[in-house]
Design a protein around this ligand. Structure first.
Ligand code: PAN
Ligand code: ZN
Length: 189
């Protein structure tokens, strides 16, 4: 259970591992949690018959005071592919239309995909040190194209809300697929 705080708090962040202490909440996302997001559904079904790999983990800290609800989330995406599609976050749009977010790539390499789901799309090459502002109304997804862990920090308001259904319905305009080991952006049909 997350409890409100009303005093300054600092966390001890391990940038190598993408973990911090104290950490009140860790949310694992396994393949079964985002299976509909990957393009190769027969490979998804085949993998799920054998096991349910951990694709990424989210560590939350709600810096909640009586007057504010800013939150920190550190996401660790493991390296790998489902078929030829790189491991990625589920992706969502904030429910509130006035809620942006700041993402900071701490470790690894990949892409931050931004999509209005109404015709505007950006793929931002990501590596350690890049900070990106995600404007309100843009769906966001991070793809790990490296051979190692990708770690990023997100800062947002808890009241932003997360709409996953719209992403599941409309999809991002491009997928990031591995071709001869190299990432390629492929337009969705
Ligand atoms: C992030 C994301 C986190 C996991 O904290 O929630 O990286 O991605 P999904 O939520 O798409 O599974 C964020 O953008 N919060 O708003
Ligand atoms: Zn978000």
């Amino acid at each position: 259970m997350l409890t409100p705080i009303d005093y300054p708090i600092s966390l001890d962040f391990d940038a190598e591992n993408g973990t911090f202490e104290p950490c009140p909440q860790v949310t694992p996302r396994h393949l079964s949690d985002l299976k509909e997001m990957f393009s190769d559904q027969s490979t998804v079904a085949q993998i799920l018959r054998e096991n349910d790999p951990l694709i990424y983990e989210i560590r939350y800290y709600p810096f909640t005071t009586t007057k504010s609800d800013m939150a920190l989330a550190v996401t660790r995406i493991f390296p790998g592919t489902i078929g030829n599609e790189f491991y990625m976050t589920k992706g969502h749009k904030h429910q509130r239309e006035d809620q942006p977010e700041v993402y900071y790539c701490v470790r690894g390499e990949g892409f931050l995909l931004l999509d209005t789901l109404e015709g505007e799309f950006r793929a931002i090459p990501w590596r350690a040190g890049v900070i990106t502002h995600i404007p309100p109304m843009w769906a966001h997804r991070v793809v790990n194209t490296g051979n190692d862990l990708l770690v990023f920090i997100g800062v947002f308001h808890l009241s932003a809300g997360h709409d996953y259904d719209i992403v599941a319905r409309k999809g991002f305009a491009y997928r990031v697929l591995s071709r001869n080991g190299k990432p390629e952006l492929i337009k969705q049909d």
